[in-house]
Design a protein around this ligand. Structure first.
Ligand code: ZN
Length: 327
């Protein structure tokens, strides 16, 4: 006679396989509206020493000083005058740009107003999630990670991995919590093809560009988010990884990040996927060093990267079939 449900206990002896649906956004389009990283051209309508007024309307949410540290090419008609480093900018109708040296008296137009996303030059290949750290983090929970099987949809043998999800410059265009939630959910629902079930685990991960517009490290002193992992309202568990923000905080001198870019990208993937299982960040509990963002950002030796594992509490959450699977 089978043991009744109330008398069963979960143990760590059941081996599971975790498959991964791995999607990637298409080539970045940095002029994408409404908060572009590159404004191709505009007119200069007024000048005062270091400040010029333009006929452009820089997106207000997240846009203040977005271009500081970036560049602007000043023109007189069709004739290039000089390229200046941007010190600051305002937002809204007639956005003003402040540069380092006085604006030439004859300047009446500009081209290529760019923030540091342009110099950082993230490609579609850069946005592919790197899952190499997953096996060693999940094996202690008796979970074998299989990232090679791609025919994960129940109704098709076609690969579910999508290499060209339509590009989105910011997941969270309006810079509000509600808008961010909606855009994340919409993105996942439009692209996730292999829902997880209690007897067939599939983690979903999407290599994306940047998170919400007011937390994309543009300007460098702005807040930033390197990824998100958890559950959607209608989309089940998923993880989003923000490649340009990872590059930005590694390169930005103010960020205090000492982890190498490639390591931080791989660590972000396994950290966010762990969130899909319900594991929490350090400020909400203790599921091990892998869930400690400060440790992730300062893992500047291979030994420190290797030490970013899950502890017994975190591993037990993963091993518990109740926490995962349902969509
Ligand atoms: Zn986290």
């Amino acid at each position: 006679m089978p043991v009744g449900e109330p008398y069963r206990t979960s143990t760590l002896t059941v081996w599971r396989t975790l498959y991964v649906e791995r999607d990637t956004m298409a080539t970045p389009i940095l002029t994408q509206e409404p908060g572009p990283s590159r404004i191709p051209a505009g007119a200069i309508t007024a000048k005062a020493d270091l400040t010029m007024t333009t006929d452009r309307d820089i997106h207000k949410p997240g846009g203040t000083d977005q271009f500081s540290g970036g560049a602007i090419a000043l023109y007189e008609g069709e004739t290039p005058l000089k390229t200046e480093t941007v010190a600051a900018n305002t937002t809204g109708t007639g956005s003003r740009i402040v540069v380092r040296y006085p604006v030439p008296a004859t300047a009446d137009a500009f081209r290529d107003l760019v923030d540091d996303d342009v110099a950082n030059a993230v490609t579609a290949a850069d946005m592919v999630p790197v899952l190499t750290l997953m096996p060693t983090r999940f094996l202690p929970a008796c979970v074998r990670v299989d990232t090679t099987k791609t025919d994960l949809a129940s109704d098709s043998t076609a690969p579910v991995d999508d290499a060209a999800v339509p590009f989105k410059l910011n997941v969270g265009t309006d810079g509000t919590d509600a808008n961010q939630t909606t855009e994340k959910d919409d993105l996942v629902r439009a692209n996730k093809q292999a829902p997880s079930s209690p007897d067939f685990w599939v983690a979903y991960v999407l290599g994306a560009f940047q998170g919400r517009v007011d937390k994309d490290a543009d300007p460098d002193r702005e807040d930033w988010i390197l990824g998100f992992g958890g559950r959607g309202l209608n989309s089940g568990p998923y993880a989003l990884l923000y490649r340009e923000s990872v590059r930005d905080v590694v390169l930005a001198p103010v960020a205090g990040v000492t982890t190498a870019e490639a390591n931080l990208w791989a660590l972000t993937a396994v950290h966010e996927i762990a969130h899909e299982f319900g594991l929490v960040d350090k400020d909400k509990g203790d599921d091990g060093p892998l869930m400690d963002s400060v440790a992730l950002l300062t893992a500047d030796t291979q030994a420190e990267v290797d030490s970013l594992q899950l502890n017994g509490v975190g591993l037990r959450k993963i091993a518990s079939v109740d926490l995962y699977g349902r969509n």
